[in-house]
Ligand binder design. Structure first.
Ligand SMILES: C[S@@+](CC[C@H](N)C(=O)[O-])C[C@H]1O[C@@H](n2cnc3c(N)ncnc32)[C@H](O)[C@@H]1O
Ligand code: SF4
Length: 562
């Protein structure tokens, strides 16, 4: 029947005396996951399973459920002594060489056990020497014991036909699987025992549709609940400042989950994702509403980019295209705008809107290309301006992105970037949260780090032209900033030839990125490259630059100067 994945659940699968042999057979056919409460996993059985696993075509996954990282809270729900037994089961699996997933019920919606849960699970996993913390959070289904402890579903908590409009049914567990039990086949593990969810005696019979009558379907629809393993997430070792080594999500994993996140966001507008970015309505008049519905920026970089007619603009992570279309009007018929994004669904939407924008403007100067920020598919020094709106935080290779921006910018070109930064380093538990990655939280660097990277890569004149508070998550404050900086390649011909600069004030003195200091009103001798920089944005108008050049005096300015 083409079954690709097997899940064993209970009761408790390890109660079955032949579980090891059953798993051995399943592992010949596909990836196999065992959902256990961990209490019956002994060292012996864990070692036997490791032996089986090393000789099998497919690998097993173990998921051990805990209610809490605190013994009392866990045992309140799962029974006295179950916490200690579950930990010993996890340890047995770890000692045998497995990296079990810990499943936790997410009570946060109902105001229980919310505080510091993930940190708690993280330190618990560390104390058990689990190689990587792999948490699967399952929202509570208000059936059985949860209905008694919290409340049953209300009448209005039911799925309707229209709530599946624009919803990918593949997200639901029941779309691709069935649960086989000794009492027949049910539509999904959540509804075992519900007679309306009984689908027949054989898998073949059970492949028909299910009416989704259970209120539990409401939880699946609203929370994205699926019992399938998350696309677990590969990690790599990263050495942080101070030599501390930690496992973090590998870059390909992040790319993949960001890609999935924005593929969904392209098809189903996500209101809660939109930051309040303020565009001038006049800049938007030629842009269809569909573009604005999927605009997920956190600022308005093009508004601050001072784009002139005829300039070429590159927008990184162009999404539905909003910034490209605003830039298109500014750059005019002689200019050109290129949007780069890795997500097909975003590119498809942007290309569909491009024709409407071209019709409204009377010219077509926008192109969308598939590509990565880290490997921009353009030649060196080919654009005047690079913009990006809430994207670079989504990359795990920020230095690489800024290197690429430097490479594609023409000499004297500028970037204007709106992005999310944090006031302190984002903790590991947040860096491992798939959803927070998509929401531009997990990948944010501190504002200090953002400046450090851009300066290190040679940009000058960095200024923050806008900053506002975005949100606070677990005591980390996040800000949206719009930053602008310039590229300048030192010229070979740069010399001192008698030119000087006088700083106009109002500060008593200022320094530039090349460590020249200019006290107000005092002429300071400068080289020809510095003269160019100080005469152009962002310094234009701040200095009086003498144009006097003494042709006889030509002292090389040297590598330390500019
Ligand atoms: C938060 S949305 C912002 C979209 C757009 N700038 C806007 O303001 O509406 C992030 C976009 O960046 C794209 N993206 C994220 N990481 C990327 C990468 N490494 N390379 C290319 N595109 C990326 C996503 O596909 C998504 O469309
Ligand atoms: S509870 Fe409903 S929506 Fe969820 S998996 Fe089962 S049948 Fe599907």
């Amino acid at each position: 029947m083409g079954v690709k994945e097997f899940y064993f659940t209970g009761g408790e699968p390890f109660l079955h005396p032949e579980i090891a042999d059953i798993l051995k057979e399943a592992l010949k056919l596909g990836t196999t996951t065992i959902l256990s409460n961990g209490t019956l996993i002994t060292k012996e059985i864990a070692q036997r399973l490791f032996q089986i696993s090393s000789q099998s075509k497919y690998k097993p996954e173990f998921r051990v459920s805990l209610e809490s990282y605190r013994e009392a809270e866990n045992d309140l729900i799962r029974g006295k002594g179950s916490f200690k037994k579950a930990l010993s089961g996890i340890q047995a699996l770890v000692c045998a060489g497995f990296n079990p997933i810990i499943t936790i019920a997410d009570w946060s919606k109902y105001g229980r056990f919310t505080k510091e849960r993930e940190d708690g699970f993280e330190s618990l996993a560390r104390s058990l020497n689990v190689p990587q913390l792999r948490l699967k959070k399952l929202p509570l289904v208000l059936l059985g014991r949860s209905a008694e402890l919290i409340r049953p579903y209300r009448k209005d908590e039911q799925v309707t036909e229209s709530c599946f409009d624009n919803f990918s049914m593949d997200n639901l567990q029941c779309a691709t699987s069935r649960i086989v039990t000794s009492k027949g086949v049910f539509v999904c593990p959540i509804l075992i025992g519900d007679q309306k969810a009984w689908m027949g005696w054989s898998l073949k019979e059970a492949l028909g549709p299910y009416m989704m009558e259970s209120p539990a379907c409401y939880t699946c629809r609203t929370s994205g609940l699926t019992c399938k393993n998350d696309d677990f997430l590969s990690y790599e070792t990263h050495t942080f400042q101070g030599g501390k080594e930690l496992k973090i999500l590998a870059k390909d994993t992040v790319r993949k989950l960001v890609n999935e996140f924005y593929a969904t966001a392209a098809m189903q507008p996500q209101k809660e994702l939109c930051c309040p970015s303020s565009y001038n309505p006049a800049d938007l008049s030629h842009i269809p509403q569909e573009v604005l519905n999927i605009s997920y920026g956190c600022g308005s970089p093009v508004t601050q980019a001072n784009i002139k007619p005829g300039e070429s603009v590159l927008d990184l992570g162009s999404g539905g295209g909003v910034d490209c279309f605003i830039a298109a009007k500014m750059a005019g018929e002689q200019g050109q705008v290129i949007g780069i994004d890795m997500t097909d669904e975003m590119l498809r939407n942007a290309n569909a809107s491009k024709e409407i924008v071209a019709r409204n403007l009377g010219f077509d100067n926008v192109w969308f290309m598939k590509g990565f920020l880290e490997e921009i598919p353009l030649a060196d020094e080919c654009v005047d301006v690079v913009t990006s709106n809430c994207v670079i935080n989504l990359s795990t290779q920020k230095e690489k992105v800024f290197q690429e921006i430097f490479r594609v910018l023409r000499n004297g070109g500028r970037f204007v970037i709106s992005d999310i930064v944090s006031d302190k380093e984002v903790p590991l538990s947040m860096k491992q949260d798939k959803k927070l990655w998509g929401e531009c939280i997990s990948g944010a660097v501190t504002e200090k780090e953002f400046f450090h990277i851009t300066k290190k890569l040679g940009f000058y004149g960095l200024e923050v032209v806008n900053r506002y508070r975005y949100k606070e998550v677990e005591r980390v404050k996040f800000y949206s900033i719009t930053a602008r900086a310039y590229k300048y390649n030192k010229s070979k011909e740069c010399v001192y030839s008698g030119q000087y600069a006088i700083y106009n004030g109002p500060l008593s003195s200022v320094s530039d990125d090349d460590n020249h200091t200019y006290p107000v009103g005092i002429p300071i001798e400068i080289c020809t490259d510095t003269a160019w920089k100080l005469s152009n944005p962002p310094y234009k108008g701040m200095f009086i630059i003498s144009d006097m050049q003494n042709k006889d005096v030509k002292i090389s300015c040297g590598p330390q100067c500019c």
